[in-house]
Write a protein that binds this ligand. Sequence first.
Ligand code: 5AD
Ligand code: SF4
Length: 434
Amino acid sequence: MPKEKKLFIETLGCAMNVRDSEHMIAELNKQESYELTQDLSEADLIIINTCSVREKPVAKLFSEIGVFNKKKKASAKIGVCGCTASHLGKEIIKRAPSVDFVLGARNVSKIAEVVNVKHAVEIDTDYDESTYAFGEYRGNPFKAMVNISIGCDKGCTFCIVPATRGEEISIPSNLIIQEIGKAVDVGAKEVMLLGQNVNNYGRRFGGTEEKIDFTLLLRKVSAIEGLERIRFTSPHPLHMDNAFIKEFASNPKICKQIHVPLQSGSSSLLRSMKRGYSKENFLNRCDKIRTLCPEATISTDIIVGFPNESDEDFEDTMDVLEQVRFEQLFSFKYSPRPMTEAALYEEQVDLSVASERLTRLQSRHTEILDEIMDSQLGKIHEVYLDELKPHGRIAGRSDDGKLVFVDGSEEFLGKIIEVKITKTSRGALDGIVV
Ligand code: 5AD
Ligand code: SF4
């Protein structure tokens, strides 16, 4: 039996990166046996799966490599993968020669090849991995993440993703269905469909596959026996047509939680972001969701301090927050990114103004969230209990995406159970099994 190697993998960024890390673990294990470790000092291979959507994590990368160099075994290899790898390429090895290889976000299937090639750099963003048969590995077997497309064509002017993940290609639906089927066979009741822009599904495939759109894909996926819950991230408000919203509202397997990334409430900023919708279009889509599906929770992403953002523009963003009352808010200060149009805009907003706006946005959102969470007391939720926690606790998500804890252990693991909420807090709910 060959000696087992130890792998330390740090994953930054979005759900797509989390799945890419799972893919890399699976591919490495096709070649030789790796055991995951949290202890950097015992690792034979260290992978940093990076994100480049904002500047901060990129700046931190090189100091982190320095720390890793001091802590790691002399023989341990370091690989920098993901979006920053795509973006900086061989520059990473120039600045940090201790890095053994660089592997882009669109090249993760090549991990087993590059791991043994000193200073290999694979960052081709035209590389088509849409039909690649990745090995099987899932961090949590109860809920499977499954990619439905790679890349992004949207070209929002603030976003580096199209430059790091390349053009959008949909994965053939038969492969998606097959992969979900396999996950269900080994215990998954829930799937998270992944893509940079999921509801643009079906615009372009690598070959001549049956061309279906996202709504039809959802229908096909929901026909999989044994699969009970479907989630997806991230959709784009522009592609939320009525047929899609109807399917979302009426298909009992689709969880009633939807991410509708706003970015800004100002129609003029939305134009310069090239988002393709106005404040009114956005509110209209949220209204449609609420009308057809009153129980749905809506989450969003907001950027403050985008170039040219005036006080009035920001008030429009606050107004949308007030009207839609997003349950989850991911909010960011604008960060100029290389290879994006907005980085060239002249009217950059003062950092202190952006910070003030971010604080105001987040504190108002916190009040809204507290009201929403407080209102849950006594309610009954169906919770998919999929994660054991310390001190005899088990946690999972309600259909509408709330984190719920109950007392219990293995007997509940992998089950969807009715829970009555007995305690609320900002981040999570506590309950008893009914
Ligand atoms: N600056 C700040 N936030 C950004 N995002 C994307 N690009 C930038 C940027 N340059 C945010 C958007 C996106 C989320 C994933 O990250 O809100 O939806
Ligand atoms: Fe970026 Fe827009 Fe693509 Fe999202 S849809 S990744 S914000 S370009």
